[in-house]
Design a protein around this ligand. Structure first.
Ligand code: NAD
Length: 263
């Protein structure tokens, strides 16, 4: 890729392995010239991240559980000590108990509702507040990952759909709060992808196949396509884009009904 991000540096949150959307974004950003720092969740994911981070020239990895204020504070302190300013943060984090990503939404428990909202939506606000001081000098870009289960019913997506609706709304409120300081806030909305989090959703394989057969592009999103979108958003090419939900789903969202059986 070109050098659209030359001289820019930022934090990537949410690489679990080389199929993670965050990793697709990291690779594209590094290829575009960016310098990267990473957070990971716990020792096991840290071991997987180490060689990946090294492959894009990064030795900056911090263990963060977004439900733990102290670990978030520690991560941003370390980041600020290394880099007085940053240009972007990628938030690619979500979680719901797998047992509630199947069956009836009606059965969502209070405990899992709260936890899913905390990890999948509130954490973006928490991260934005901590990243803000590192961006006020030069401006910057915050981005998160969402899915169209936020505003359409997708079987089994359940509580995660409600969390993504909150996340998308938070994206707009943050964009308005931070716009005057030159900080842009957007969400990328890919179609279904084969990742750890994606596999936790009931019937994931069917959803994947359905999009592949029916989307106008007759394909699912790729890590490269999501990465390219993230590069655009973090670069000066995206200078006037904020508060936006950008779909990377082969056009699936424009359909009024499935079409594969008529083709
Ligand atoms: P993934 O499993 O590779 O990444 C999810 C990440 O969330 C992991 O790195 C995990 O460690 C992290 N995480 C979960 N709970 C955490 C916590 N308490 N503290 C810190 N980190 C935590 O899966 P992915 O599909 O790459 O997911 C990334 C984002 O993309 C998520 O927001 C997901 O909802 C979104 N998304 C995924 C798809 C898909 O089909 N896979 C589609 C659209 C949007």
């Amino acid at each position: 890729m070109s050098d659209l991000l030359a001289g820019k540096r930022g934090l990537i949150m949410g690489v679990a392995n080389d199929r993670s959307i965050a990793w697709g974004i990291a690779k594209a950003m590094s290829a575009a010239g960016a310098e990267l720092a990473f957070t990971y969740q716990g020792e096991a994911f840290g071991k997987r991240l180490e060689p990946l981070a090294a492959s894009v020239g990064s030795d900056f990895m911090v263990d963060v559980d977004v439900t733990d204020d102290a670990s978030l504070d520690g991560a941003f302190e370390q980041l600020g000590a290394r880099w007085p300013t940053i240009d972007f943060v990628v938030h690619a984090i979500a979680f719901s108990d797998k047992s509630e990503l199947t069956g009836r939404f009606l059965n969502t428990s209070r405990a899992n509702f709260k936890n899913s909202m905390d990890i999948s939506a509130y954490s973006f606000i928490d991260v934005a507040r901590r990243a803000h001081p590192l961006m006020v000098e030069n401006g910057g870009t915050l981005m998160t990952l969402t899915y169209q289960g936020s505003n359409r019913v997708v079987p089994n997506y359940n509580v995660m759909g409600v969390a993504k609706a909150a996340l998308e709304s938070a994206t707009r409120y943050l964009a308005n709060d931070l716009g005057p300081e030159g900080i842009r806030v957007n969400a990328i909305s890919p179609g279904p992808m084969k990742t750890l989090a994606g596999a936790a959703i009931g019937g994931a394989r069917k959803t994947y196949k359905h999009t592949d057969l029916n989307a106008p592009m007759r394909s699912n999103a790729t890590l490269e396509a999501v990465g390219g979108t993230a590069v655009y958003l973090a670069s000066d090419a995206g200078a006037c884009t904020t508060g936006e939900i950008i779909r990377v789903d082969g056009g699936f969202h424009v359909l009024g009904m499935p079409q594969a059986e008529y083709l």
